[in-house]
Design a protein around this ligand. Structure first.
Ligand SMILES: NC(=O)c1ccc[n+]([C@@H]2O[C@H](COP(=O)([O-])OP(=O)(O)OC[C@H]3O[C@@H](n4cnc5c(N)ncnc54)[C@H](OP(=O)(O)O)[C@@H]3O)[C@@H](O)[C@H]2O)c1
Length: 238
């Protein structure tokens, strides 16, 4: 296992359910963590709970390239080049096609797919210079297996998989590793705005989902976990 002590890790979506739990685990393991999310207030609360200095937090909207450029400038000047990017930013819009507006569709694509593109594009130059790094995205199982009502969400998440597969081909001669994490339902605020009957008590706990990312961050650099699937116990079949 790779030691996390002193490892420079950028966590996007740090203010979310999975992101917050992950940041706490990474800090407990001695990593140097830089956090970003959209909501400045939540970011400040997380940072003070996890012991992250104000130099290591920056609010940014992943859909806005200018904000991602500023984020990266802050990361490079206060932490230095990230060795790991964990992208846990994302939104879930789950509606049948009849009720799915163009705005819903574009919001999904902007946040989940364009946001991933901008973050990955921002960290790649310094990783390429170091010739190594690890990028972890969370397409979720709806980036692997479609579900009724998930046209926009799955389009954005399948898009991440295709995009990262293509980037992986470009990075063959480097030691930059790419991991896609396919999570099933996780009991987090993600579901709060989704009008769907779900059994939250049967979902994966935020801390367990975070632990799987924490585990991925420690994989030896001689190999790559190109994908991991973590499903709630009663939904094992994919
Ligand atoms: N929960 C699940 O069942 C599940 C299953 C599979 C995959 N996933 C994926 O796992 C990731 C994390 O999910 P979660 O459960 O932790 O969700 P969550 O609790 O809703 O957190 C979402 C995070 O994304 C951030 N975010 C949303 N839009 C953003 C934007 N435009 N710019 C910057 N940040 C933005 C939020 O920031 P603010 O709070 O600051 O707005 C928050 O930090 C997402 O990509 C999600 O698709 C979740």
């Amino acid at each position: 296992m790779e030691k996390l002590n002193g490892k420079k890790i950028l966590v996007a979506g740090a203010t979310g359910g999975i992101g917050q739990a992950l940041v706490k685990l990474l800090k407990q393991s001695g990593a140097e963590v830089f956090v970003t999310g959209r909501n400045q207030e939540k970011l400040g609360q997380l940072a003070s709970a996890a012991g992250i200095p104000s130099s290591h937090q920056f609010a940014a909207d992943v859909c806005r390239s200018a904000e991602i450029t500023q984020l990266m400038e802050a990361v490079l000047s206060h932490m230095g080049a990230p060795e790991i990017l964990v992208n846990a930013a994302g939104i879930g819009i789950i509606k049948p096609i009849d009720g799915l507006s163009e705005e819903d569709f574009m919001n999904s694509i902007h946040t989940n797919l364009l946001g991933t593109f901008l973050l990955v594009k921002a960290v790649l130059p310094s990783m390429k210079e170091a010739k190594k790094g690890l990028i972890i995205n969370i397409p979720g199982v709806l980036g692997k297996v479609p579900m009724a009502g998930a046209a926009a969400y799955s389009a954005s998440k399948y898009g991440i998989v295709g995009m990262m597969q293509s980037i992986r081909e470009e990075l063959k001669r480097t030691e930059i590793r790419i991991t896609n994490l396919f999570l099933g339902g996780v009991d987090s605020p993600f579901w709060d705005t989704i009008d769907l009957k779900v059994q939250k008590e049967k979902m994966i706990r935020e801390e367990e989902a975070a632990r799987s990312i924490w585990f991925l961050c420690q994989q030896p650099a001689s190999g790559v976990v190109s994908e991991m699937v973590l499903q709630p116990f009663n939904h094992q079949a994919i």
